[in-house]
Write a protein that binds this ligand. Structure first.
Ligand code: URA
Length: 431
């Protein structure tokens, strides 16, 4: 077999065989196929796409390029969740303990944030003492003991993805449905759970800009998972504005705790309750989604979900002594409305970038995060604001630059129109 023939075949829109996909991926991981040939293949895939069968071959080749987690020592149905990345997305911190408090075994590997999106590991690490570097044994033991563990990748999971993603990043081939689907699903399959709930974000702050693209991506990911005998459900959810009100690591942990105490923002609470209900159904704990939703809402109000969060954080070595003093930024600066009207849009991308520029996120992988900084939205879409009232509060430890203010000014769109308030979940695929 020759890589040049595989590239030409895909360039001409033909379907690759399993052997060809394996040849390309295995050869690339071993260093036998150079970057320039793999770049050409990635670009051919970007333009020509792939049939679902080919994407499954690609996912399988990537999956077996490294270690695969063995969760067989955890009895019962193991559940995982993945978000394609959003702004203010602290769902895992709420959904994980919530589902675990109802008997679901939550075994989740998470990632770090980059650019305008945050990552669960950074939020966990913002808690004093909280470890995310669990060994596979610690991870398995903790799920068996308290139903939940969330950690960074152990061992070498899907090295092919690390190599391919780095290449896609510099060759303009990131936004390709087959490449995104195989990248995410290979990592989720390697993490070993039986049930995978996907949160596919759509909108300004997300990879997927339209519902049609999100639907196509979801359908491919659900088919891939089903091909590996996994139950996969994709939730297509809105990212037209940040999720909840808090953006920034400790601010988001605080909002997660408030939500686990039954006092969270409506969009965030609804999303967590709906996904928790699906997890309960897939795990065989409830027969109907409405039973699952009722039980999830109960646990947000009776202290059980919050109790599970505390147990989970303590199990990973973390401690929050006092929530009132948990976020300690030098300055809290109100960002004021320059006109009166109704908030039509809060561009999530801008808000994510502002949080990053304040030090709450990473521009490059090497940047060190300041856990205390970020933004709290005082207004969300549909809220009325008068000129001079606070739209958002900036938590800063460094001077707030003019471009941060300009980004915020552009983020809030205010007119006198009545905005169309979208539900947080647009569609569910693979239920
Ligand atoms: N997230 C991933 O893990 N991979 C992609 O390709 C895109 C988003």
């Amino acid at each position: 077999m020759r890589m040049i023939d595989i590239i030409e075949k895909k360039r001409d829109g033909l379907r690759l065989t399993k052997a060809e996909v394996q040849y390309a991926i295995n050869g690339y991981v071993k260093g036998e196929i150079p970057d320039y040939q793999m770049s050409a293949l990635l670009m051919a895939i970007y333009f020509q796409g792939m049939e679902t069968e080919e994407v499954t071959y690609l996912t399988e080749a990537m999956l077996y390029s490294g270690d695969v987690m063995d969760l067989s020592h955890i009895p019962g149905v193991k559940v995982d969740k993945h978000s394609t990345g959003g702004v203010g997305d602290k769902t895992t911190l709420i959904l994980g303990p919530l589902a675990a408090s109802l008997g679901v075994k939550v075994a989740k590997l998470s990632g770090r944030g980059l650019g305008h999106t945050g990552g669960t590991l950074d939020k966990l690490e913002s808690i004093d003492g909280c470890r995310i570097d669990l060994t596979e044994k610690e991870f398995v033991d903790q799920v068996n003991r308290i139903n939940i563990a969330v950690a960074g990748q152990t061992g070498e999971i899907v090295p092919a993805d690390k190599m391919l993603y780095a290449l896609r990043d510099v060759t303009g081939s990131v936004p390709s449905i087959p490449l995104i689907a195989s990248s995410i699903m290979s990592k989720k399959l390697a993490a070993g759970a039986d049930v995978i709930c996907l949160d596919i974000k759509i909108g300004d702050g997300a990879f997927m800009k339209t519902i049609d693209d999100a639907r196509r991506l979801s359908e491919v990911m659900v088919s891939i998972g089903n091909g590996f005998n996994k139950k996969v459900t994709a939730f297509l959810t809105g990212m037209e504005q940040p999720l909840g009100r808090a953006i920034g690591n400790r601010l988001e942990v605080k909002e997660a705790i408030e939500t686990l105490s039954g006092n969270g923002p409506e969009d965030l609470t609804t999303l967590c309750v709906e996904i928790a209900a699906m997890m309960l159904k897939h795990a065989g704990i409830v027969k109907t989604l409405s039973d699952g939703k009722r039980m999830a809402r109960e646990n947000l109000h009776n202290g059980k979900a919050l109790g599970k969060f505390t147990e989970f954080i303590q199990a990973q070595g973390g401690q929050i002594a006092d929530l009132a003093t948990f976020v300690q930024a030098n300055e809290q600066i109100p960002f004021l409305a320059k006109k009166s009207g109704i908030v039509q849009k809060i561009k999530a991308y801008n808000i994510g970038l502002v949080s990053m520029k304040l030090g709450g996120g990473r521009e490059t992988k090497e940047d060190i995060i300041d856990p205390m900084v970020g933004i709290v939205l005082n207004r969300k879409i549909g809220d009325r604001v008068a000129c001079g009232e606070t739209l958002a509060t900036i938590y800063a430890n460094r001077p707030v630059s003019a471009d941060i203010i300009a980004s915020l000014e552009e983020a809030f769109v205010i007119t006198e129109d009545t905005p169309r308030i979208q539900p947080i979940i647009f569609e569910v695929i693979g239920a």
